[in-house]
Every structure is written in C-alpha cells, then in structure tokens.
Design a protein around this ligand. Sequence first.
Ligand code: FAD
Length: 470
Amino acid sequence: MDDSTVDVDVLVIGSGVAGLSAALSAREAGAERVVVLEAERVVGGSTRLSTGIVMGAGSRAQSRAGVEDDADAYYNDYMNANEWRLPGGVVRAMTAASGETLDWIEDHGVRYHPGLVRGGSENTPRCVAVVGGGEGLVAALHRAARDAGVDIVLDQRVTRLLVRDERVCGVAVGDQVITADAVVVASGGIGASRERLEQCFPEQMAEAGSWHWYIGSDGARGDHLAFAEQVGADITGVVGLRLLHPGFAQTLESYIPGWQVLVDREGRRFVDESAPYGILDRALGAHGGRAFFVFDRQAVDEELTGTSAYRQTYPEDPDRRSPNWNPAMIAEQVEAGRIARGDTVEEVATALGIDPVALSDTVRHYNEGADRGVDRWGKGPAYLRPLLHPPFHGAEVRLATLCWTGTGLRIDDRARVLDGRGDVVPGLWAAGESSGGPMGEVYVGSGGSIANGAIFGRIAGREAARARPR
Ligand SMILES: Cc1cc2nc3c(=O)[nH]c(=O)nc-3n(C[C@H](O)[C@H](O)[C@H](O)COP(=O)(O)OP(=O)(O)OC[C@H]3O[C@@H](n4cnc5c(N)ncnc54)[C@H](O)[C@@H]3O)c2cc1C
C-alpha cells in the first residue's frame, strides 16, 4: 500500500488499559496519526470499572516501599503457579517489562497509594493500588493520550478488519472504512456476550447456571473472535477469573472471609479458604464449580464487630465488611431458603443434601485443629474459628462471578498476532483481554490482568508504530 494514501499510522480498537497504552506508546515511538476507536459512549471498558490494582516486579513503587524484587522472581512465581504450561517467551516478555511499565504508567499521571498490596500468594508484594481505582487509571491515561495527540473516537464499533494482499490494512465501522499501516486489537473480552461464553466455555457456564454474573464492561462482546476468524488468527486462552458467589444479591465480594469453611458435595474440605481468589477459582473448578460454606453464629457476629477477616487489604476500603456474610443478609437469605440453618451441623448437612456424618466429621476435625491453631489445609491461625455456637448455617456457593475473560488472538512476545501455523499475521497486533497466551489457568493475583493489558499494549503500540508495510 502507498503510505501516503492511508488514513492513519496506527489504529487501535478499544480504549481500555490495553488500547490507551498502545496508542500512547505508538505516539512515543514516532507514529504521527494514531486513532483509537471505541464502541461505547464512554472511554475505559472494564478497566474503568476495575479496582485498579496493577502487578509488576522491579518498579519504583517497590523501591520506595523498600522491597527488593526482580523480573526473574516474578517469572518464576507466574510460571510455577501455572505449572509451566504457558508460553514462557510471552510470559518472560511480560514479566521483564512489568516494573518499567508500572513506572511508565506513573509517569503518565497515574498516582499510586503509598505502600504495596499483595495480589495473590506471592512472597514479595508487587502490586500497586491506583488512587481512584480503575477510574483514576483511565482518566490519567486518557488525558495523557489526548495530550500526546491521540484521537479517541467514541461510539465507533469496529465491525471488521480490512485485508489486502494478506496484510491487515485498516478497519471498517459499518460502511465507513479507515485504512491504517497497523492495527492493534484491544477490544477486551467476551464476558458481555452470553452466546460467546456458551460457545467457548459451555461447561463453566453450566456449572454457574442461573447464578452466572458478569461484572465487566458491556463492550466486551467478543468482537475480536470475529476478527480472528477473518484473518485466520489462532485463538487461545482461558475462561478467565471466576469468583465464588452465593447467588444472593449481585454484590461483588472478591476475597471471602477467611473464617468460612468450604466443603464439597461430599462434605469434605479441599482448600485453605483464605487462599487468594485465583487459587480458589482453580480449586473449586476442580470440584465442579459448586460447593458449600458452613459457619456458626459466632463467626457472623465477629465479622460484624471484629477485625476484617479478608486476607487482602485494599487502601481505598481498608475496613471492608462482607456484603454477603452479615446478619442482615443472612436473615434475609434464610427466609428466602438460600441459607440452611439448624441447631446441629447434621441438620444443616441434611438440608443442603450433604452426608451428615461426613460434614460432622469435617467440622470436628476443623474444630480440633482450630483449638491447636493448626489446620489440615494449612489455614493460618488468624482465620481459624471453631464452629461451636448454634445456630449453624450452610449455603451453596458457585464459581459464578465472572470478572474478566482471557480468550483471544494468540500473540508472541512482541504482541504480534499469530495464525494457526505460528506465523505472524502481517499488520495486526493484540493486547489485553482480547489477546491470548499470557494469562494462565491460575490467575496469579490482583493486578495481573491490568498489567497484561498495559505491558502488551505498550509493546504492541511500539511495534506497530515501527512497522511499515513493504
Ligand atoms: C469489577 C472489576 C474489578 C477488576 N479489578 C482488577 C484489578 O484491580 N486489577 C486487575 O489487574 N484487573 C482487574 N480487573 C480486570 C481488568 O480490569 C480487565 O481485565 C482489564 O482492565 C481489561 O483491559 P482491556 O484493555 O483488555 O479491556 P477493556 O478495559 O474492557 O477495554 C476494551 C474496550 O474495547 C471496546 N470494544 C470492544 N469491542 C469493540 C469494537 N468492535 N470496536 C471498538 N471498540 C470495542 C470496549 O467497549 C472496551 O471499552 C477487574 C475487572 C472488573 C470487572
């Protein structure tokens, strides 16, 4: 294509963290005409709705907090959590650029709370919490992109890619065509499309049943999957992060109170209930995505009056209380028949359809451990509260809250989109939820998804700016 005839140098689809980072970085790498097309009437996608925790190793924020860390440690944690089943080169690129990307975000006007947050089970804290959460993050990146001369056009849903001579050379929004030297797909996930979810993850959708609840942006309709079909891009990835949900009101509770006792359908425990949500997702997924919480009256009383039993603290809401496991909600849900209540554990078990003997054995062992401050599943003493005080309660929980999805166009370490044979699709890059490869079956912790979007967005923008069709 003759360069002078193209409308823009780099065209970015989507204005979440991946798209804004790609656009900014394309400008910084010398692209003159950079345009972001956003399907919705508001900038920011799921990023805007997020908590705004971002993960990275070797950042200035870590230095300020006196924490020593490096990309190798992050890489090893990441790969170990995912049993080394991920494309190591892509994860290597992500972890290597993570610290500098946290600095880069800060350099563009995003402010971090002092100190660090633990995202998951990492020994070294490596997450920052953005002041103002996801809105704060998007507002600053949006401003920086505009100041850098990026055009952001809302209400423009890209309907297809333009392809000429086997190279992606622009996009179409309905009948309107925009030609470009390079296109970056940063259009988010598939969570808002029930059809796409059923198609990609029928088993997980069946497990959640009518309790399924997607909490991300309406714009996440999986349009990238259609783009992939158009150019033969390989699709890869994971369902994403699912949180345990009791099917009460649609309230978000990422971590569960550590005092909960979680048993499978046989009435047996299978995990440390205080584990990070990414681990609980994986552990419960291996048990069919459905299980039961069992607790006594005292646990609920203490949740109301004692210190928070959440393992993760978040600076914008340090005294967070459980929206589900509090006296008012419990009374309401007992009334509605969603929580079973009884004078004995066996009574509760019978009401839940669990073997009463098995559940009573489980609770007895749990209580014996709690007395000694030792738990068979390794839960820390701070969360071990014996179940002694009737009435006892039990409720079903499912992996039903879908936070983000990780199924998209397979990328390499330079965010280039690959086809089914592993070859690069010329002219096309992808980042964030609409890409596939960096995210594993185990979500390593809070901050992992925004980091993925920012890091590969940056890489994609830079690479796209430098690539000129020959
Ligand atoms: C409540 C909540 C809390 C979260 N908290 C955290 C957290 O603290 N840390 C973390 O790491 N992750 C968190 N996540 C996940 C994280 O926010 C997202 O995975 C991440 O921000 C996705 O970024 P993205 O740029 O890939 O997609 P998005 O931010 O969703 O942006 C994609 C954009 O593309 C647009 N788009 C879609 N199709 C088209 C099209 N055809 N044409 C044009 N535009 C299109 C969409 O409208 C959207 O605006 C959270 C998610 C939620 C919902």
